[in-house]
Ligand binder design. Sequence first.
Ligand SMILES: [Zn+2]
Length: 433
Amino acid sequence: MKWLISNGRIVDPASGRDEVVDLLLDGGVVAGIGKGLEAPRGCEKMDAAGFLVMPGFIDMHCHLREPGFEYKETVASGCAAAVKGGITSVMCMANTNPVNDCASVTSYILEKARLAGLARVYPVGSVTKGMAGESLSEMGELADCGCVAVSDDGRPVPNGEIMRRAIQYAAAFGLFVIDHAEDLNLAGDGVMHEGYVSTMLGLEGIPAAAAVSEMARNIAIIREFGGRIHIAHVSSRGAVDLIRHARAEGLKVSAETCPHYFTLTHEAVIGYDTSAKVKPPIRTVDDREAVIEGLVDGTIEVIATDHAPHHRDEKDVEFDHAAFGISGFETALALTLSLVESGRIGLMDAVARWTVNPARVAGLPGGTLADRAPADVVIVDQSAKWTVEPGSFLSRGKNTPLAGMELTGQVVSTFVGGRKVYDREEGIIVKTE
Ligand SMILES: [Zn+2]
C-alpha cells in the first residue's frame, strides 16, 4: 500500500526537519520526502494542509492488562486506544496475571498484538520471577522471545543486591532495567501525595522521598558497578535534581515523566476524585515546575503515558480502596501540545520526547521520518478543540481526571507500517488481509 501525504507540516526531531513538504509511504517504509512529490500508480492520497505530520509516538510505559485482567483492557482495546492517541509503538509492563516472566506469556502478548494489527507492541518482562522481588527472571529467554526491557513496574525491587545483579544480568542479554522506584516503608498505606491537601482531606500521604530514596540507591549501584537504568514516572523536584546530577556525572541514567505530572497537581484529588489517584502521586506546583524544567533541559528525555486502565468498579469506591492509575493513551498528545502552547517547551523538543528519544533509549525502530524508516506516522490537527469524554475512549479504562476538560490538538490519522489504522472520521480501520 502506498500513501502520498501532501502539504503537511513535517516535524521530525531526528532530522531537525520542520517544513511543509510531502511524504511518500511505500512498502511499509518512508519512501520519499520533499516538495512536489508525484503520486506513483495505485497510490492513495491525503491532503494534510494545515496539519502536523510527525513520526508515530513511542510510549515506553503502559499497561495492556492482558493476560489476566481483560476486564480492564485487552491488547486489542489498548492498541486501538493507542493509535487513536497517535501512539504507534507501546512497551507494555509485566504486571499481568500470570506475570510476564517467561516466554509463554511474552509470546501470548505478541500474538494478541499481531491479531489486533494496530500499534506495534514491545513487551517488558519482569525483573524478578512473579514480580516477587526474590529471584531474577529468565532474562535470556525473555529477550529471545521479544522482550525489550525488564521491570517490576508497579512494584519496586526492594533488595539492592538483587537490583545490582538485575542491572548486570539484563545488560548481558541486551535488555535494560526500567526502575519503579518506591520505598514501600516510606510509601506505607499512602494514597496520595503527602502534603497540605492530604492533611486537609484526612488521607494517608506518600512522601516524595519514597521515590527519591530508592532512586538514589539505584544510581549509587550504577555509579559503583556500571550499567544503565531507566527511571519510570518521575514526579518530584527531588527526583529531577538527582537524575540531573547523575547525568552530569556521565552515568547511564535515562528518565521519563507522564503528562499528568506536568499538567496537574495534588489539588486534583480534592473532592476525593479517585480518577486522580495514581502512583507515584501527582505532587505540588513546585514539583510540577521541576518536572517541566527537567523536560526542557533534557534531564527527562522521554514522555510516556503510564496508561493504567481500570474497571469502574475499582475506581467508584472510597478513595482509600480505589486502584492507582490513569487511562492515558487518548489524552497524552493534547496534554503535550498544551505544554507547547504554554510556551514552556518548543514543539520540536516536545515531539523528540515522544519519538527519537524513546527509540534511542529503548533501542526500538521508528521515531523518525527519515528515508527507509518504518512508515509509522501521526497526522494532527493542532487547533482542533475537543472535550474529554471518557465514555468515548476506545480504552476499556475510563479512569481519567481530565473528564469534561477542553483540550486542543487531535489526531486526524495514524499510520503503522504504511497502513492507515485510525482516522478521526472512520475510527479504527481494521486489518483486511
Ligand atoms: Zn506503570
